[in-house]
Design a binder for this molecule. Structure first.
Ligand SMILES: [Zn+2]
Length: 310
């Protein structure tokens, strides 16, 4: 199965709804976020999700643009033990339960934003209410649920640069490739300001970043390994997007997807990391490299996992 719900499935069994990137089940969204799908118009129901964000929710000036569903939580970072003072806030946005993250150096009042999703006002509120100055938007990949907030953040902070893997940058400005067209909206992001190469290391906002390109869910998907610049010899934080989830992996049935490539990337690029490395996925709860290496049912360290998410 594709992981995309059909009209008949939604009517018959709302709990079968799944988001487009992980195949995980979604709670039925608020009725305000349901509109009729395009299946009847296109005659191709398998390519359409059933509930869609209103296009105007992307506008900060529209009353509907402040959705009621963003869920915020603070994430502990035990491996850094408060040295230096950091904060990490996850903003889980509707309608795809996508995780955006604000990672801050609270000692310096600066932060970076990962994967701004469909509820940018909640992200902006986190940044402003904590008196932070954002330094960059970092994108793990270009699927629409991970880039939908770029425009609003750039509107608020015009000089805020967007960084993305060099093989993924084209998705930002292509509604077909970023999967938004299939949802009934033609979403485009401001273009990338900087394209990142595999293995590239750089510093922004008091953090050291290392880029690991791991295709399979999306062709130019990267994971960001991140350390405070004073603590770069310890286990990193791993902003994994839709590569690796707690107990699952990203879907690989998109045109540029490949389960063998994704599995190899996870085994070769992520599982060798220290077991205490905190994994911040694009959907769902945080996990650790040690936990997934020993218990992930889809990709095991030995290569005998369950296989593709379906
Ligand atoms: Zn995705």
């Amino acid at each position: 199965m594709t992981g995309l719900a059909t009209a008949a499935e939604l009517v018959a069994e709302p709990s079968t709804l799944q988001h487009p990137c992980s195949g995980r089940s979604l709670a039925r969204p608020d009725p305000a976020y349901q509109i009729s799908n395009r299946a009847e118009n296109t005659g191709n129901s398998s390519q359409n999700l059933l509930f869609l964000p209103f296009p105007d929710m992307l506008s900060r000036n529209n009353p509907r643009a402040t959705p009621p569903m963003a869920h915020l939580h603070t994430i502990d970072m035990p491996s850094f033990a408060g040295r230096p003072p950091l904060s990490l806030t996850c903003i889980e946005s509707s309608p795809f339960a996508e995780n955006s993250y604000v990672l801050a150096r609270t000692d310096r009042g600066i932060c970076v934003v990962f994967d701004p999703g469909f509820e940018p006002d909640a992200i902006i509120d986190v940044i402003e209410s904590n008196g932070l100055a954002p330094q960059a938007i970092l994108l793990t990949h270009g699927h629409s649920d991970h880039i939908a907030g770029n425009a609003a953040l750039k509107q608020r902070w015009p000089d805020l640069p967007i960084l993305v893997g060099e093989s993924e940058a084209n998705k930002l400005i292509d509604p077909e490739k970023n999967l938004s067209r299939g949802f009934g909206i033609d979403l485009v992001s401001p273009p990338a300001d900087r394209m990142l190469r595999d293995h590239e290391r750089f510093e922004i906002a008091g953090f050291l970043f290392e880029v690991h390109e791991i295709p399979g869910h999306s062709s130019g998907h990267v994971a960001f390994l991140v350390w405070p610049e004073e603590a770069h010899d310890g286990p990193p934080m791993v902003f994994a997007g839709d590569i690796l989830f707690r107990g699952s992996i990203g879907r690989t049935d998109f045109p540029d997807g490949s389960f063998p490539i994704l599995a190899a990337g996870i085994r070769e690029r992520l599982y060798p990391l220290p077991e205490a490395s905190l994994v911040l996925p694009g959907h769902g709860e945080p996990t650790t490299i040690g936990r997934e290496r020993t218990s992930n049912p889809y990709v095991t360290a030995a290569g005998d996992g369950r296989g593709e998410v379906t």
